[in-house]
Design a protein around this ligand. Structure first.
Ligand SMILES: [Zn+2]
Length: 75
């Protein structure tokens, strides 16, 4: 009688694998993404995020400058 648990069976069936960070599909561990499409999606969203954070930075710097000017005028 074999004592293999369902976890062992899954391991045997799927082997070592990781999941795509974009769509969550199972894929080989040596790959970062399951497909070129997901790779593009990942890099695309990262670019967007970078742009967004840059805008936020500019906004913060702008606010600081305005604050500084106000302090300078009213002091
Ligand atoms: Zn994917």
């Amino acid at each position: 009688m074999s004592q293999s648990t369902w976890k062992d069976q899954i391991k045997k069936k799927w082997g070592p694998h990781s999941h795509c960070p974009i769509c969550g599909k199972a894929m080989p561990t040596d790959k970062q993404f399951c497909s070129q499409n997901c790779r593009d999606n990942y890099h695309g969203s990262q670019k967007k995020q970078k742009k967004k954070s840059r805008i936020q930075m500019l906004f913060m710097v702008g606010m600081m400058a305005v604050l500084f000017v106000f302090l300078f005028i009213f002091s």
